[in-house]
Structures are given as C-alpha cells and as structure tokens.
Design a protein around this ligand. Structure first.
Ligand code: COI
Length: 358
C-alpha cells in the first residue's frame, strides 16, 4: 500500500480552519484539504494530502467530453468519547470498484481507498460536527485525465477525496415527490447501478420539472414506465400493511449502503421486508385505500426522510397517510444513534479512524 504524503501547507490550513455557522446544510462548507492520487503507467503512483484547490485540466481532457467519472458518498461521525468513526466504509470501497469496472477505470485496492479516507478524516477531526445527524461527508471521486478526443478509455486518472462538514440534505422534515412518467434514468445493461456522474446529469431535466411542480425529488420508473426504481439521489421504500417494501436490486438501481442498512435494521426490529417489483399505479391505489401508510427515501446524504405526497403527471396529488413517518422515523433514529455511537449497531458497521497527532 502507498503511504499518503502529507504536505505541510495542508496541515497549516486545516489547523486554522473553523466554521461558526449552526446550519451546516449539505455540501455548503468544504474542508481546506484534499486527498489526491495519480494513476499512470498502469498503476497508482502516489497519494498526497494537499491544500484544497482547483484542478487544472487541459480542455481536451477525456472526462470533460465523455464523462468517464465515478464517485462515492460516505460519512465520518463524532462519537461520545470524541473518537471519530466511519460508517461501513468498506462497502463504499467495494462499490467504488464496481463502478470503476463498469466505467473502464482502474480499481483502487480496498485497503488503499480506506487508508485515504482514514487520513483525510483524521486530519479533519476538528471539522467533524458534534450535533446528532451531522457528519463529515466524504466525497471520493475519480476522473479520466488523459488528453485527447478519441473515444477510448483513458490511461491516466486522478482520484480525489474532498470532505464537507454537513447536516441535513433536505431543508424540510419530509419531501414531496414527482413521479417521472416520461424520462427514464437507466435501462438494462446500462450504467444505472454505477455511481457515475452521467446518471445524475440525466436526472436534472426531471429535477427542474419536479421543482416547477412544487416537489423536491423525482421518482424514477423502469424503461417499461411501470415499476418504481429509485429517486435521483436515494433509494425508495414504503410501508404496506406494516411491511417494508422496496424495489429489488437490478443493474438499473444503485445498491445503496443506507438501503441495505435500513433493511437489516428493519429485520432486527421484526419488521418484514419485501424486495420485489413495485408497480407505481399499484402503489398509488394502496396509498388511496390506506394499505400504504408510509413512504420514504434513504441514502447516505439524506439518511431517511419521509415522503408526504406524490404528484403525478395528470396533476393528481396522492397524500401518504402517515406523511411524517412513524416506522421510517423509528429506523432513522436507530440508524443515527448507531452512527453517533449512542447505541451499538451490528458488528463491524463503525470503523474507527486512527488518531493522528499533528
Ligand atoms: C449520497 O447520498 O451520498 C449521494 O451520493 C447522493 C447525492 C448525489 C446527494
């Protein structure tokens, strides 16, 4: 494994950095340091902790034209004894490499990925927020840096991790959802399961539509326009007759780490979990007849947030019976308590970050 070289200027910057704002929001503040690693000649050459700053790219750099890019979202939490811990980071390392394979990019050895996350978290220890539900959000990403306009996989790459002390992703306590009946996010054999910028870029036209309709998020259907897949930046779940239902994973759905954690927690609470196809029109009927009592989104950034209503293209709004989410809030509280170290979660979920004195 390559050691991360620490640049003295990065240490100076992080020592001086403070945030006084009580409302961190999401991605509003960014730590003054970043990890940067260079891939060339078929291997990862070096890893550095540098001062945060712009990336200088030739206008012919492949990522700017062909979108060869992947990223992750993960979190470091402050514990009651002031230690810091990451939530299931090995899952992110694994998913990062799955995305890399689909996008013809080099993998990063898991141990190397985790070490880079450890180093930036340790140097940013003072920036890990203290309030419940807040965290240091890490955004590892990789871009194709070879220069040239030929459509072929790049041979050079840049891996970067930036860190953002963050709070709530959504401003409100619940979200209104726009059912996207026209655009499709992903199709079979495509890149829907990969965490790559193109999937998010493809969601933006619908995001604008959803905002114009007074909603917060798009709910995507599969290419038959019938079955629910996921939201633009989170997974989807609902409670039907007391059971949690969520679309079964496929190559068109992101394998969310919060998704799998919520399902594990629900099973632990003896709540039945069903992973299967969910036809959107069936769901709307069940909302109307009261069989579906709750619906919610879940993801790393958004944690768990109840859905209060669904707006359809025909102009009809479907209000969810329990729009503030009894079961979803129970699961949210459990998850947040585990992440904050207030209760023990399943073995291995919280990864201690080694203290670095500087
Ligand atoms: C995350 O939840 O970490 C994500 O990556 C979704 C994001 C685009 C808000």
């Amino acid at each position: 494994m390559k050691k991360v070289e620490i640049h003295p200027e990065a240490v100076e910057r992080v020592k001086k950095f403070t945030i006084t704002d009580n409302n961190l929001g999401f991605g509003k503040y960014v730590a003054p340091v970043m990890i940067q690693a260079i891939y060339d000649d078929g291997q990862w050459q070096r890893f550095d902790l540098l001062p945060y700053g712009p990336l200088l790219l030739d206008p012919c750099t492949k990522v700017l034209h062909y979108g060869q890019e992947i990223f992750e979202g993960m979190k470091t939490f402050r514990q009651p004894n002031d230690q810091i811990k990451m939530f299931r980071p090995e899952q992110n390392a694994r998913r990062f490499n799955q995305s890399a394979r689909r996008m013809s990019m080099p993998e990063i050895p898991e141990e190397q990925f985790l070490n880079a996350c450890d180093v930036i978290s340790a140097y940013c220890k003072n920036l890990v927020p203290r309030r419940l539900g807040e965290s240091l959000y890490l955004r590892p990403f990789m871009i194709a840096t070879e220069v040239g306009l030929g459509i072929k996989p790049s041979k050079q790459f840049l891996f970067v991790i930036i860190a953002s002390p963050s709070g709530n992703y959504f401003a409100g306590d619940s979200v209104k959802v726009w059912i996207e009946r026209d655009d499709i996010r992903a199709s079979q054999g495509g890149i829907g399961f990969a965490k790559t910028g193109g999937n998010y870029a493809a969601s933006l036209q619908s995001y604008t539509r959803s905002l114009q309709a007074g909603c917060d998020q798009t709910m995507w259907l599969d290419s038959s326009h019938k079955y629910i897949e996921e939201m633009s930046g989170m997974n989807f779940m609902c409670v039907i007759n007391g059971e949690i239902h969520t679309p079964a994973l496929s190559d068109t759905i992101l394998d969310g780490i919060t998704r799998k954690s919520v399902l594990e927690l629900a099973k632990h609470e003896k709540i039945k979990v069903v992973e299967d196809k969910i036809a959107v029109d069936d769901l709307l009927k069940k909302i109307e007849n009261g069989e579906c009592t709750e619906a919610f989104v879940c993801g790393t950034a958004s944690i768990i947030c109840p859905i209060s209503s669904f707006l359809d293209k025909d102009g009809r709004t479907h209000h969810v019976k329990d729009g503030s989410g009894k079961i979803s809030m129970l699961l949210r509280d459990k998850l947040i308590a585990i992440q904050a170290g207030k209760t023990d979660g399943p073995e291995g979920w919280m990864h201690p970050v080694k203290e670095i004195h500087f």
